[in-house]
Design a protein around this ligand. Structure first.
Ligand code: SF4
Length: 321
């Protein structure tokens, strides 16, 4: 399967198909596009303004097609991890949803790049919101004892915004602690709605320089930083997540810029997530270029040094969770 460009802007009634990445399309492993629609004839959009990742557009090769976004009431999940202690407080069940607007060079879940899932969607399961909540709450006894709950991750969960909002709403109704793990490059209205429903937002920060952000993730960080400011003005509980990627974002200049940005916010809890090579085999299997080939994980000394710097600056850093 060969995935190609396009970089364009299409408008059809209230539908808009737009490219948002300044990175030349040919540098990206797959197309980098969002389909933003504010309704069919404005009707649906009034109730469900949403962003749907259509980075699944395949313009050549076997299976070339435009994948249909999931309906408002179903969502696509490529993995469910039980007994996780890395995706929020306590013991949690984490659902990994397909679709993501970014293409981070170090991504551990490249099979989630597109809504139907790469790898011919081998592991993708379609759930109703009720069905997913039932599946996730099977370990309710452990959640209750540990102060845990469920986490929606991906990919970017808000690539399937209507479905995710429905799941979060149902978690609220059941008083189930729900966390949203987001890359931040999402529609601001959807994020605000999700943050009101979730008990916790796990918010990724990667690189502070917009050009370097684009170089390593396929899109600049302007909307990500704007959305972070929006969350800062909301009452949402937010934990910042900083993947620590040697050679990409672990330099002092970037770390200082992260601290400077966060210093101007109310956010203090930071998860430092050191790079590891667990996904190398996936890139090979999926036939995707692996820009991290040969990159070693950061040393324990360097990780501790960075943790200590955040702590000395008044933050609450945690390694790996
Ligand atoms: S935001 Fe997360 S899921 Fe998306 S490409 Fe980056 S690392 Fe992968």
């Amino acid at each position: 399967m060969r995935l190609t460009k396009p970089f364009l802007l299409l408008r059809l009634g209230s539908c808009r198909l737009e490219s948002f990445s300044p990175v030349p399309a040919e540098k990206l492993p797959v197309p980098h596009i969002l389909l933003t629609w504010n309704g069919l004839g404005g009707m649906l959009g009034a109730a469900f303004p949403m962003v749907v990742s259509t980075s699944s557009i395949v313009t050549s090769g076997p299976g070339a097609s435009v994948s249909k976004p999931s309906s408002l009431r179903t969502g696509r999940v490529f993995d469910i991890k039980r007994f996780s202690t890395h995706d929020g407080p306590g013991i949690r069940s984490t659902a990994f949803l397909t679709g993501c607007p970014l293409r981070c060079a170090w991504c551990h879940n490249p099979e989630a790049f597109v809504l139907h899932g790469l790898d011919d969607g081998a592991n993708v399961r379609e759930f109703t919101a009720d069905g997913l909540v039932r599946e996730l709450e099977r370990d309710l006894a452990y959640f209750d004892r540990s102060g845990g709950g469920v986490t929606l991750s991906g990919g970017e969960p808000l690539s399937q915004a209507a479905f995710v909002l429905e799941v979060l709403r149902k978690c609220r109704e059941r008083e189930l602690h729900a966390a949203l793990d987001t890359c931040g490059l999402v529609d601001t209205g959807n994020l605000a709605s999700a943050a009101r429903l979730a008990r916790l937002v796990l918010y990724d920060l990667k690189l502070m320089d917009p050009a370097r952000h684009a170089e390593w993730t396929g899109a600049d960080n302007r909307r990500i930083l704007d959305n972070l400011r929006m969350l800062d003005e909301s009452p949402a509980e937010v934990w910042i997540r900083l993947p620590l990627i040697p050679g990409a974002n672990d330099d002092d200049r970037n770390l200082d810029a992260v601290m400077e940005l966060l210093d101007g916010t109310r956010f203090r809890r930071i998860s430092i997530l050191p790079y590891h090579r667990i996904a190398a085999a996936k890139y090979q299997r999926l036939g995707l270029p692996n820009r991290m080939e040969g990159v070693e994980p950061p040393s324990p000394d360097r990780i501790e040094e960075i943790r200590a710097r955040f702590a000395a600056a008044g933050f609450d850093p945690h390694i790996g969770r």
